[in-house]
Every structure is written in C-alpha cells, then in structure tokens.
Write a new protein. Sequence first.
Length: 387
Amino acid sequence: MNKHLENGKKVLETLTMHGHLAYFVGGFVRDFLLGIETEDIDITTSATPEEVISLFESVKPTGIKYGTVTVFYGTDSFEVTTFRSDGLYKNHRHPEEVRYSKTLKDDLIRRDFTINGMAMNLNGIIIDEVGGQDDLKNKLIRAINDPHTRFREDSLRILRAFRFVSKTGFEIETETAKAITKSSMLLTKIANERIIQEFKKISMNPYRKKAYQSLIDLGVTSAFPELKEGLTILSKKDVPLLQYPHFFTLCFFLHHSEIPENWRFSNLEKANMKNVIELMNDTQESEFQPLQMFRYGLKTCMETNAMNQIICETNDQSERIKNLHDSLVISSMSDLRIDGTDVLQLSVLKNPAMVGVILEDVLVKVLNKELPNEYESLKEYVLKTFN
Ligand code: ATP
Ligand code: MG
C-alpha cells in the first residue's frame, strides 16, 4: 500500500477512534476504483473543524468558510471537510450558506457528479448513495439529482464535466448533456480566473481531444466564441501536449489574433502570449528572420514553431530556427558597434526622431550579414544612405 494512503488511513483512524465518522471521498475514491494514482486524498467527516483541529498536531484552517481544514500527517497533507449540505447558491457559483450535517448522505448528494459522489471507509468498503459505481462501469458522467438545478446553482460544474471527460474519456449522460447545452451561457457569469483554471486542467488531461469535441457538440462554445476555432482544430488533430498557456494562445491567434480583454491572465502570461501571437502572424507563410530571433529569443521562436505546426504540419522551421540562433551576429543592442549618439552626429538631418529608424535599419543589415558590425563600415553606410 502506498505511503500516502497509509497516512490517510491514520487520519481516518484518529477521527473514528474519537467517535467521529470519517471517510475518503470524491475524486480519490473515483480514481482508486479506476486504478488511477492520485496526489490528493480528500476526507469527509462528522467532526466539526474545531474538533478536527483539536485532534491533530499540525492543522491549518485552509477553507474554514466551507468547513475545510488541512491536516498534515507524516510527509502528506489531507483536506478534511465536515459533512455539509449546501443552502441556496448565489452568483451561480457559491452556496450562500453552508450547513454542517450529521449524515454522510447529505455530504454525498451535494457533490457534482455521481462518479465524484462516493465515499470509502477504513476497510475499503464503498458507500455509494448516488449510483456512482454503475456510472463508473458504464463510463458515464452524470450530475447528481436534477442536472438543470445543479448547473444553475453552480455553473462551473458545466466545465467540470468536461474536465472529467478529458480525464476519463467517459461520455456525458444524455440528460446531463441536455442541461449543459441549456445552461452553458451561465458560464459567462463565472469569474474568468476560474474558467482559465478549468480549461488549463482540460488541456492537460489525456482525453482532451474528446473533451474539446464535446464542448463543441454541446454548444458550450457559444459562451466562449473566442475558443471555437482553436477547439475545432484541436479536436481533430493528435497534437503533443501544449504547455500552458499555449492552448489559449492558439485559440486567440485563430480567432482575432489578439487576447480578448475579459481573459484575466497575469501580465507575464499576456506578454508571452502576445509575443507568440505576433510571431505566428509573421511566420505562417514566411521564414523566421534573424531580426525575429534577436527580438524574441530561441524559446519563443521554438514555441511559435510548434504552434505553427498545429495549423500546418509541414511548416516546421526548427532547423532554421536553431541555425539562426547559432549564427546570430549580436544578441543585444549594446553589441551594435554604432549607437544613437553616433547616428545623431553623423546624420545631416540631426533629427532625433530619425535615430530609431536609422538604427533599426542598421541592425537588420548587420543581423542579415549585409554589413559587418564595424564602426567604420556602419558610419560609411549611414552617411551614404541617410544624408
Ligand atoms: P481532480 O482529480 O481533477 O482533482 P476531483 O474530483 O478531485 O478531480 P476537485 O476539484 O479536487 O475534483 O474536487 C474534489 C471533490 O469535491 C469532487 O470530486 C466533488 O465531489 C467535490 N466538488 C468539487 N467541486 C464541486 C462543485 N463545484 N460542486 C459540487 N461538488 C464539487
Ligand atoms: Mg482533486
């Protein structure tokens, strides 16, 4: 038995020894039954957070609002949540009120999908109140109780359904699928950061192609029209796993070649995405140039090449890019043997506004090896060309 699970059982033991009910629950039980190794083991218990805190040496109140504390045991940590039954939901995302419950059943039926709604006790006995085992056997993702209500309560569950398609390769059950189509526009009300996280998970999972196809088939793309072209291509082609956030870069390039305002990436992510999009625009039908290697660097050029190949398999310029990198004459502006002050003095116009234009022209000529990077030659060229 693996160490993580062993430590998890110790946590269950401690809770049960003190008179509480305690079970493994949710994704861990699903993955355990599927024979998939998981990093996260979640525990559900009748003990209140205060009671859990009092029983373990190392505990952090990580989600106390929702009854969750993190218990550190050995080298592992476990999210331990008090049995809950959720009240009414607000903003299509969060329960307005979280009520602790005395029964495991309440806690299981508040969960999203039947395959995520099972518990397992210390002896490995499965508690299945929602038909999760049957759905696992039949490879179905089915909402617990009325799917329309469940998606209206918390619309992020719509995208979670596709996360589980991409993880398991299962089908979405018919009524659940209909409710997804009906409720999909509610996704526009969910915080964009959460949407990004969910797509990130979808795009990293083994059955992502199938998830992309069902996102299109069930009309979820109407909530995210900017992803439609990208999803269409990615649902048809076997492409290597895209590093985050290249899934979005590809989609945005194929849409309007820009990052829509409402997508809330970090500034660094945005800057990287913008660079790749710019470079993709220039290299779909043309060769990478020394100036692009100089400006964007090897990593961005290679990433762009990988993206270009998704769109057109034969557009593989990796050899050219490596050569450009190895034979780059200069790697920064300060390596250029002429600078702005020199240019201003040389040029008859003495026009500071022209300095940038002249330097850029000289830079390109040096990078393209049309001029040697030597002061005298560059001076001669500037005098001849710009006076
Ligand atoms: P993964 O392996 O991708 O982490 P998971 O099933 O563990 O999948 P989590 O997001 O970690 O998913 O959530 C843990 C469990 O909490 C789920 O299995 C489910 O029982 C419950 N859950 C999480 N989010 C929701 C939600 N929005 N609505 C209802 N239940 C939820
Ligand atoms: Mg999880």
